[in-house]
Ligand binder design. Structure first.
Ligand code: ARG
Length: 464
């Protein structure tokens, strides 16, 4: 049936018949690569201007192409562009529309160019914009964490290992731990953006072109640092997409860890924080419920984003140089991951701006679970000159004693303490309080409020 269809106007010269409907369905990418319309027009305008500057097309044709492309752009922006599946992809849709609009000169645009360097260029421009958007979003997120750190710089809370109470830490310190993570995410994105910023345009199908083109000119016009040096690599490289997905996966991993903390912290058992109504949902049956859905969805997004990374790694694995149609599958992975990450970043930023830490509950949790046992052991080392291993042992015995009596370490009497180690004196009680514990941890990178304040000042200077 589809034999009756005319063959493709863009490449149908050697074809007697049009594609089968199934062929068209598996081949077409216009359903998703229309998202690169702006980039495609940007690339074509740079290419046409260069062709004219190099005397490959005349100025009159170049002007017609330029004006026609601007018309196409405004049609797309107004939502009036007639996208066609039969025209496969965004490149051929735009060229075909340009032909409708300006006629013969449109046919000169594809001189010294192939869809292979064209798609690589468009996609790089799109991914580059996405790196920039993520970097901006990460700045906003870090500022939200910084605001939390500043508001609760010396709130005391339990620090956990194995999700068991370990040692008291400050809220500000915990918030700044995430600032460190997101700053690494940002620097990963900045690195990847710098690495990818070479122009594939002019690599043509794979081997370069016999026309006297100026690749520096198009590279510059499109904001690239330089033309990609090897035409084979230029059309077959998708490292920039993999770099984006891997940076996105790591960033989403960080988001998911915070999201998990929010789920735990906002539970009735913890009550460490209150998530605002703006970022919570209710239950259709249980009137009392306020659920941390945004946090849960952020926690889940990493699954999709990791999936996209693995999908594209698997798509690219084993592909011979240079372009293969497999590579058309790159875009949906990156688009979906980018959308998911941007949404997760925005949701986490909103939640962190609104979230209220519950100072009293944080403190109450910090004093339970023998959180200052290490302080006690350290005191034995300092005051009694005990080797740390022995101090650990004595402290363990005291923890056991307190546990058996159902009390905390500071509630043991001096006589009870001395039954484990006779030289213990009343000075020990000074280190058993959580405030003293955190204040004492002034080693570089430690949790003391003094340290945290200094770190906050540094981050503020860096981020604002
Ligand atoms: N739609 C294609 C893609 O996304 C464009 C490149 C097509 N090149 C080709 N030689 N068929 O990869």
């Amino acid at each position: 049936m589809s034999d009756k269809k005319t063959s493709n106007a863009m490449w149908g010269g050697r074809f007697a018949a049009g594609p089968d409907a199934i062929m068209e369905a598996i081949n077409a990418s216009i359903g998703f690569d229309k998202r690169m319309a702006k980039q495609d027009i940007q690339g074509s305008r740079a290419h046409a201007a260069m062709l004219a500057a190099c005397g490959i097309i005349n100025d009159k044709d170049a002007k017609a192409i330029e004006e026609g492309l601007l018309t196409v752009l405004s049609e797309i922006e107004r939502g009036e562009f007639p996208f066609s599946v039969a025209l496969e992809d965004i490149h051929m849709n735009i060229e075909s529309r340009l032909t409708d609009l300006i006629g013969e000169p449109a046919g000169r645009l594809h001189t010294a160019r192939s869809r292979n360097d064209q798609v690589a260029t468009d996609f790089k421009l799109w991914v580059r914009d996405q790196f920039d958007a993520c970097i901006t979003a990460l700045d906003a997120l870090m500022l939200a964490f910084l605001g939390q750190a500043e508001a609760g710089v010396n709130f005391v809370m339990p620090g956990f290992t194995h999700l068991q109470v370990a040692q008291p830490v400050t809220w500000g310190h915990h918030m700044l731990a995430y600032v460190e993570m997101f700053a690494r995410d940002k620097s990963r994105m900045i690195d990847a953006r710098a690495r990818m910023n070479t122009s594939p345009l002019g690599a043509a199908a794979l081997a370069g072109t016999s026309f006297p083109i100026d690749r520096d000119m198009t590279s510059k016009a499109l904001g690239f640092d330089r033309p990609a040096a090897n035409s084979l690599d230029a059309v077959s490289d998708r490292d920039f997409a993999l770099d984006f997905l891997s940076a996105a996966s790591i960033c989403a991993t960080h988001l998911s860890r915070m999201a998990e903390e929010l789920v735990i912290w906002s539970s009735a058992q913890f009550k460490f924080v209150t998530i605002s109504d703006r970022f919570s949902t209710g239950s259709s049956i249980m009137p009392q419920k306020k659920n941390p859905d945004a946090a849960e969805l952020i926690r889940a997004k990493v699954g999709r984003i990791n999936g996209s990374l693995i999908a594209l790694l698997t798509i690219m694995k084993g592909l011979p140089l240079t372009y293969s149609k497999d590579m058309q599958e790159d875009k949906e992975q990156v688009f979906d991951a980018a959308d998911s990450l941007m949404l997760a970043l925005a949701a986490m930023t909103g939640m962190m701006q609104d979230m209220r830490p519950n100072e009293a509950e944080l403190r109450a949790a910090a004093v339970t679970g023998f959180s200052t046992a290490t302080d006690l052991a350290d005191w034995l080392v300092r005051a009694l000159n005990m080797p740390f291993r022995n101090a650990h042992h004595v402290t363990g015995a005291l923890v056991k004693m307190a546990e058996d009596q159902g009390c905390d370490l500071h509630e043991l009497t001096l006589a009870q303490m001395q039954s484990a180690e006779s030289r213990i004196n009343a000075g020990v009680y000074d280190v058993l309080g959580v405030d003293n514990s955190v204040a004492s941890r002034q080693s570089f990178g430690g949790t003391a409020p003094e340290n945290v304040r200094a770190q906050i000042d540094q981050w503020k200077a860096r981020l604002t």
